[in-house]
Design a protein around this ligand. Structure first.
Ligand code: PLP
Length: 357
């Protein structure tokens, strides 16, 4: 009998599962933490004046103009900024560049589910540490002589909770022999005093990642960035140049710069999302939900009487997509992205209808 042995050599991987992308426009889509509002009107202007003949030319290999705009905004030098195709690619590049130890890298058990996917794919050994019963990360659990690296999201997903700057400093003080990655995807929605971007000046083993996908309303353009010491960024550029020849495209660079240069619109959009988040949280509490204080553009809720999965399925039937994770510790929770006020009213009405059934 000839067993087909080549199958043994196929990659063994559990793929990342993203929020479902519905085909219909009528769907209310609150399942991928995308922004409820469009990007800056300055982005619109770039598109209106874009000359298709510019597409003939390759883009800047290192997304130079965008790195410069980001560096300027952050008060850093261009050597401290790395840009790639979404922060998922930024993270993949960082994992390749920095997690080459034979010691395991460490991350919380409840966090962004791309970290285990990259570890799997890149054959990086890892160890998870449990978040506490309130879903907070313990700094001590990340201390380590034995760490090959540390990665966590702050604010964290899907928990929506943030840890303090003191927490980040504590983790850094206890991890001087490895690289610490802080994924700040949601930091723009958080209270002042959470952002630790400036700490990259003090800790040359700190890498802070960020993305245009959530707070800048540009998930479809695939832009993500990282900030760190010039040494870290140099290694990331070297890895990017050698394993992928897929620079950020011209249109993403130009629209990205336009977004970064419109601080006023950016702040106004953040305020709108935060205001809606707070009022939605209040309404869900009135319906009996437990709603931890979110520092993101989503809520992570549970109800003592109703099954999360049943609510999720009921809303789905009505064309309202939220996120349910069939995973240990969080299978009684729902993650609801903050949409427009109107979308939130429809979502709340859907839940009320569910409760009356
Ligand atoms: C959405 C998200 C990302 C990825 O963002 P992209 O830039 O779209 O790849 C990274 N980390 C966390 C925690 C996220 O929620």
């Amino acid at each position: 009998m000839s067993e087909q042995l080549w199958r043994k050599n196929l990659i063994n991987i559990t793929p990342y599962v993203a929020g479902e992308q519905p085909k219909s426009d009528k769907i209310i889509k609150l399942n991928a933490n995308e922004n409820a509002y469009p990007p800056s009107p300055k982005v619109r202007q770039i598109l209106d004046s874009y000359k298709p003949e510019d597409m003939r030319r390759y883009p800047s290999a290192d997304a130079g103009p965008l790195r410069e705009a980001l560096a300027k905004r952050a008060g850093l030098s261009v050597d401290n900024v790395f840009v790639s195709n979404g922060s998922d690619d930024v993270l993949a590049t960082a994992f390749r560049a920095f997690f080459n130890s034979d010691k395991p890298i460490v991350y919380p058990d409840i966090t962004y589910s791309f970290y285990p996917v990259w570890c799997d794919l890149l054959k990086i050994t890892s160890r998870t540490v449990p978040v506490d019963e309130n879903f907070h990360i313990s700094a001590q659990s990340l201390y380590g002589q034995g760490n090959g690296g540390v990665v966590f999201a702050n604010p964290n997903a899907p928990t929506s909770l943030a840890e303090s700057r003191e927490f980040v400093r504590d983790v850094l003080e206890h991890n001087k022999d490895c690289i610490v990655i802080v994924d700040q995807t949601y930091v723009d929605f958080a209270d002042a005093g959470i952002d630790c971007l400036d700490m990259t000046k003090q800790y040359d083993n700190l890498l802070v990642t960020h993305t245009f996908s959530k707070s800048r309303s540009m998930a479809g353009m695939r832009i993500g960035e990282a900030y760190g010491s010039a040494e870290l960024i140099k290694y990331m550029l070297a890895v990017k140049d050698s394993y992928n020849s897929y620079p950020v495209n011209r249109l993403s660079i130009e629209t990205g710069v336009a977004s970064v240069e419109d601080e006023e619109y950016f702040q106004a959009t953040l305020r709108k999302v935060i205001t809606t988040r707070e009022s939605t949280a209040e309404q869900l509490k009135e319906l009996g939900f437990d709603v931890p204080k979110s520092q993101t553009n989503f809520l992570f809720v549970t109800h003592p009487k109703y099954k999360a999965k049943d609510i999720f399925e009921f809303l789905r039937e009505k064309g309202i997509f939220i996120r349910y994770f069939n995973k240990p510790r969080i299978d009684e929770r729902l993650r609801i992205t903050i949409g427009t006020d109107d979308e939130m009213i429809q979502m709340i009405n859907g839940i009320k209808e569910f409760m009356q059934n």
